[in-house]
Write a protein that binds this ligand. Structure first.
Ligand code: NAD
Length: 498
């Protein structure tokens, strides 16, 4: 059986804790690998290694750092096929979806190639008599990333690209569910000519995470995962004086105005609701048709499409989506569907008894669709993170707008309409961080920032875009005078510009 250790100081190493976790093959439910879980001592050791390697990397000029990442990008692209297959096998998503996961991560690495430009400082000549003021952006030192199971390439690359480009040493603690691709990414960084100790991967569970949060030499923690853990990471790391960005869970709505093109809407709902078995933080999990007539017309088109979805094994190119990540996740999702039925929502497509022939032990959940969901229900308030779409029928636009605006989460939202006024009003008033107009999943491109509002984020800088380069550097502002002939004498009052 495959055994995964860690990748530290440019080498694969075995863990020392003796504790391991199972890595499943979700498509048939078997265990395909074991992953070592690091101890506090192992984390403290890797931090020392990273701290020793970082100053030399920071001293490499940014254009040369960028070239190492360019080579890294090329190597990952060359391995796209085997990496996508590995990712699909460990996560459960289809191979084409896995390739998208890697590609979205590479787009942030591509952005990071611009680090010489993105981290340029500012300069003001003559801010006072003989005085020049300038700012420079310097790396933080050792920084850490803690990532979720659902994007095992994209999210590690969102963090590794900017963190390393800025001159930091990076320690990744990926999800213990699917560590294969993150480990291979760190190896490829070395093959690209990256120095040892700059991209380290340490596998582990909450012990490793706590050691990261408490180590005083880790200066910043970037986290993506569920809201309770995001809040915990934010509070503990901040209490230890670290810079933190912690992105959490989601419940993303799609508003459907009476004038929307319902064929487009249904295509969008099918892909955004059920793609990747709904295990995306930007999945649409609530559809809000406005007016009874819109709702009836929508359901007429949507129900047959949901019933026709093809659930298949992760390597089946004709599958729309594959299994979910673990038996535990499968049971949690099925439990939510039972709760929805008990709460009185109308289960118009019931995927609870789905079994894939030949893969009866796989972690599959057939597509589920609820009609007549209300905002009082648990299936509406909580994140299900599975192939379960709920429909709330809203009487009018204001009632529909209030749903995402007052929801606990505020990650993504979208509206389908032909009415520019309505769309503009929606963009302006909705209290959600990432907003779409006639697009299924409003995930921003790499050069804009990614992040929600409310309980979908803790901390104030988002992932990727300009925020990433702010997060992974700190600003130093210099006021400098070369005083040939300037003598103002001792000054005791506060210097001002008056
Ligand atoms: P998770 O919170 O269970 O795990 C995320 C990371 O935290 C993992 O590395 C895990 O090992 C670690 N962890 C788990 N429990 C811990 C504990 N008690 N103490 C310390 N560390 C712990 O999330 P997940 O199930 O891997 O991922 C799915 C979640 O991530 C969903 O809620 C999803 O919405 C969210 N997500 C959010 C975004 C976003 O951008 N907002 C993106 C992707 C995923």
């Amino acid at each position: 059986m495959q055994e995964y250790g860690h990748f530290i100081n440019g080498k694969s190493v075995k863990g020392k804790s003796g504790r391991q976790s199972d890595v499943f093959l979700p498509m048939d439910g078997s265990v395909q690998a074991k992953v070592d879980l690091a101890t506090k001592a192992e984390i403290d050791e890797v931090v020392k290694i990273a701290a020793a390697a970082q100053p030399a990397w920071a001293a490499v000029n940014p254009q040369r750092r960028s070239r190492v990442l360019r080579k890294f990008l090329t190597l990952v692209e060359e391995e796209m096929k085997p990496l996508s297959e590995l990712l699909a096998k460990e996560h459960g998503k289809t191979v084409s979806d896995a390739a998208g996961d890697i590609q979205r991560g590479l787009e942030v690495v591509e952005l990071s190639l611009g680090v010489p430009h993105l981290t340029k400082g500012e300069f003001t000549e003559g801010a006072g008599p003989g005085i020049d003021t300038y700012s420079i952006r310097q790396p933080l030192g050792v920084v850490a990333g803690i990532t979720p199971f659902n994007f095992p390439a994209m999210i590690p690359l969102w963090m590794a690209g900017p963190a390393i480009a800025c001159g930091n040493a990076f320690i990744l603690k990926p999800s213990e569910r699917d560590p294969g691709v993150p480990l291979r990414l760190a190896e490829l960084f070395i093959e690209a000519g990256g120095p040892a100790g700059i991209f380290n991967v340490v596998n582990g569970d909450k012990d490793a995470v706590n050691a990261i949060l408490d180590n005083p030499d880790i200066k910043a923690v970037s986290f993506v995962g569920s809201t309770p853990i995001a809040r915990y990471i934010y509070e503990r790391a901040a209490a230890n004086g670290k810079r933190v960005q912690a992105l959490g869970g989601a419940k993303n709505h799609m508003l459907i105005m009476p004038d929307a093109d319902l064929d487009q809407v249904v295509d969008a709902l099918i892909g955004a609701g059920y793609g990747s078995a709904g295990e995306r933080c930007m999945a649409i999990s609530v559809a809000v048709p406005i007016g009874e007539d819109t709702a009836n017309r929508l359901m007429e088109k949507l129900i047959p499409r949901v019933k026709a979805l093809k659930v298949g094994n992760s390597l089946d190119p004709s599958a729309d989506y594959g299994p979910v990540v673990t038996r535990e996740a499968q049971q949690r999702i099925l439990n939510y569907v039972d709760i929805g039925v008990k709460e009185g929502a109308k289960l118009v497509v019931d995927g609870r008894n789905f079994k894939l022939p030949g893969y009866e032990n796989g972690f599959y959940v057939g597509p589920c669709l609820f009609d007549n969901v209300t905002n009082e229900m648990q299936i509406y308030k909580e994140e299900i993170f599975g192939p379960v779409l709920g429909v709330i029928r809203a009487k009018n636009y204001e009632e529909a707008l209030a749903l995402p605006t007052t929801h606990l989460f505020g990650n993504g939202v979208t509206i389908f309409t032909r009415d520019g006024d309505a769309a503009r009003d929606f963009v302006s008033r909705v209290e959600v961080g990432m907003v779409g107009v006639n697009v299924p999943i409003p995930t921003p491109v790499a050069y804009y920032t990614f992040g929600g509002w409310k309980a979908s984020i803790f901390g104030d800088l988002n992932q990727h875009g300009p925020d990433a380069f702010r997060f992974f550097t700190r600003t130093k502002t210099v006021t400098s005078r070369w005083p040939s002939g300037i003598r103002s004498g001792a000054e005791f009052s506060m210097p001002t510009m008056k």
